[in-house]
Design a protein around this ligand. Structure first.
Ligand code: ATP
Ligand code: MG
Length: 662
């Protein structure tokens, strides 16, 4: 490192807040600091502005209907169609502009570009093919597809005919597919033959067929042919299965009138990742959800039609629904879709894509950023990333060190970084800085968005003081919120409302949404999410957030990633167990162990001192990239391990067990 670099690192490390870059503010979609006050004074009508980002077939009568809590409704009486909003209405001005830019994993394969005109054609033909297959309004269509353009096309085709989709992440097991199709009584499946992962073709249809064996009712399937002849698998389709290409070709030139959907009609179902317990069928609606996806894309991601926006998530997660498909397309921009992993064929694949397509925004996850950090700066440094204007993260808290790395090495200190807290259930972003308005504080997601009323409460429902750990709650409804858990209103009430609401009251003000995350707030209203309620430790009577301790550990030089869990302890109740991955080029030494312990004591206090620091080459992660702390806890306590079937890397568990046993 040169002296200049060292100086810069030292300056960044010492800095704990960052003003939005002037050049960004000047052009930002939202730059008026008065927006917070205006929204507060004008709630709920402030959300008319979100609805105004859409085209309505029939104007709504009422912005918000709170008469039957917690079954809240938005934009009641209004009618609209999501596919008309994401495709048709852009044809006149932007028909020749690119809607979807798809990049496959193999570098020798041509990218696929869809202009709005072409997307319109594909969506119409797919919608006609779905109808031909028998899909009617309100029939749930399951999609079990990787990141191929047909997935986005199929979602929009469903939206066009008013059939809710339920996308099941392609990396999930056959069992997971069967459970979800059974739970939703879904008779239709859209899937594909296979796809590429790290250079190898994967057989997907065999897995899909295993899933179908577990479905209790009759089904019809369309199969997209993704793999070229040379890499294809031997599959025989049965009578209930048709090739997508054949079904769509038969509808060449078809026009399907978008069905006018009531604002409150279901747009889709999404089963949450299931990091904990039984999957929940989160129901999202057409008017409220789409307004929320569009408004947050506009205000937080700063999306403009002329942008090339890149979100590296998978459409199998809510992030891909809201911020690859619905939000960006509702705003008429170019949205990128990348099929593969960021390290194939080399660790600079994302940077290569950003450079080649001149991406203007990048929205990714902290786990990816920590991997980029571990790999080293030579990969981004080899590319021109100057097209980027804004960076975002989602999925878990981002520790200050990773935040600053992202800010400096990817954003060149000229892009705001938005750390966005939200959930499958919230439909879109809830807590984050408005990038053209608010200063950024690494380690904190930021204040609640304008019009979103977040409070941090203790177990008795009292507000906690600034700086103290408590529970994140949302005091007022918002348009993008889930409406219920599919066919399970009771679980919906129990899961999200019972904790902090007066459930006998029919006044919506007595109802509080509980996301089940721990958090704290500072004097400026900035919220730091500490992790799931289940992940908060109780050490000698002190409540400690696992995320906070992890952040301190990852702040130590030489540490790439860390996971903290509580192990049973006779004296303390719980003791801190830290699992640590070192950065490339660092050894697993006693000195590093001491530095980690000291780092935690410095940042939080002796109370948080790790009882054990366990070095490991990998952490057990779910397929969405989240650490499975539950397993690490079982290991720490020497208990029988629970279900490991949703793990991406099940092999790592045995090697960690060995080390803890030592
Ligand atoms: P499940 O609910 O099925 O167990 P999940 O909660 O992991 O799975 P998601 O809805 O994808 O499924 O994730 C939402 C959760 O992710 C939040 O409740 C929070 O715990 C965490 N999270 C997301 N974004 C952030 C963020 N920016 N900062 C901190 N935590 C975040
Ligand atoms: Mg959750």
């Amino acid at each position: 490192m040169s002296d200049d670099d060292t100086e810069l690192e030292a300056r960044l490390e010492a800095q704990d807040s960052f003003e939005p870059p002037e050049s960004f503010v000047e052009q930002a979609n939202v730059s008026d600091p008065g927006i917070y006050e205006q929204f507060d004074e004008n709630w709920p009508e402030c959300w008319d502005g979100a609805a105004d980002l859409l085209d309505w077939e029939t104007e709504y009568d009422q912005t918000f209907d709170g008469s039957n809590p917690p079954f809240f409704e938005w934009f009641t009486g209004g009618e609209l169609n999501a596919s008309a909003n994401c495709v048709d209405r852009h044809l006149e001005d932007r028909g020749d502009e690119v809607a979807i830019e798809w990049v496959g994993e193999p570098t020798d394969e041509a990218n696929r570009t869809y202009t709005y005109e072409q997307l319109h054609r594909e969506v119409n033909e797919a919608a006609a093919a779905l109808r031909e297959m028998g899909v009617g309004e309100d029939d749930v269509v399951t999609m079990y597809m990787p990141m191929i353009p047909e997935l986005a096309i199929a979602m929009l085709a469903c939206a066009r005919i008013g059939a809710p989709h339920s996308v099941v992440f392609a990396g999930f097991s056959a069992d997971a597919l069967a459970t979800r199709m059974n739970a939703a009584d879904s008779e239709y499946l859209l899937t594909c033959d296979g796809y590429y992962r790290r250079g190898d073709p994967l057989d997907h249809l065999t897995k899909a067929n295993e899933g179908l064996d577990g479905v209790e009712h009759d089904t019809e399937t369309l199969v997209v042919n993704r793999l070229p002849e040379a890499d294809s698998f031997d599959h025989d389709l049965d009578d209930s299965q048709t090739l997508w290409a054949d079904a769509v070709y038969a509808q060449k030139g078809a026009e399907v009138e978008p069905v006018a959907r009531d604002a409150e009609d279901m747009l889709f179902l999404m089963y949450t990742s299931g990091t904990t317990g039984q999957p929940k069928g989160v129901k999202h609606t057409t008017g409220g959800y789409l307004s929320w996806a569009a408004w947050t894309s506009h205000a937080v991601l700063d999306i403009k039609p002329e942008d090339t926006y890149f979100c590296s998530a998978d459409i199998g997660w809510i992030t891909g629904h809201s911020y690859i498909v619905y939000g960006p397309l509702a705003l008429g921009t170019t949205t990128m879709m990348y099929e593969g992993t960021p390290d194939y064929p080399e660790r600079d694949r994302l940077w290569e894509i950003v450079e080649e397509y001149e991406a203007t925004q990048l929205y990714t996850a902290p786990t990816a950023i920590r991997a980029f950090m571990k790999w080293g700066t030579e990969y981004p440094d080899a590319h021109d990333l100057s097209s980027l204007r804004l960076l975002g993260t989602v999925g878990e808290p981002i520790n200050p060190r990773a935040w600053k790395w992202y800010y400096k090495h990817i954003g060149d200190e000229s892009c705001p970084v938005v750390d966005t807290w939200w959930q499958t259930e919230t439909g879109g972003m809830m807590v984050t800085t408005l990038p053209g308005v608010k200063e950024m504080k690494p380690g904190s997601a930021g204040p609640a968005l304008p019009g979103v009323d977040a409070e941090i409460l203790d177990t008795t429902g009292e507000k906690v003081d600034a700086g103290r750990a408590g529970y994140l709650t949302i005091q007022k409804p918002w348009p993008g919120m889930l409406r219920t858990l599919y066919q399970n209103d009771e679980r919906f009430v129990n899961e999200y409302w019972r904790e902090y609401s007066d459930t006998d009251s029919d006044d919506w003000r007595d109802w509080t949404y509980f996301p089940e995350d721990g958090a704290k707030i500072d004097e400026d209203g900035y919220i730091t999410v500490l992790g799931r309620v289940d992940d908060v430790l109780n050490v000698s009577g002190h409540r400690l957030g696992t995320m906070e301790i992890e952040s301190a550990i990852v702040g130590v030089d030489g540490v790439a990633e860390a996971a903290v869990v509580g192990g049973d302890h006779e004296m303390k109740g719980e003791a801190v167990y830290a699992y640590v991955i070192t950065e490339d080029g660092y050894d697993e030494t006693e000195a590093l162990r001491d530095a980690i312990v000291a780092g935690v004591e410095d940042a939080i206090g002796p109370i948080a001192r790790p009882e054990q620091v366990i070095f490991t080459p990998e952490l057990p992660k779910t397929r969405s990239g989240k650490i499975m702390r539950r397993l690490l806890e079982d290991i720490a306590n020497g208990e029988e391990l629970g279900d490991t079937s949703t793990l991406r890397n099940p092999d790592v568990v045995a090697s960690i067990q060995e080390q803890v046993g030592e």
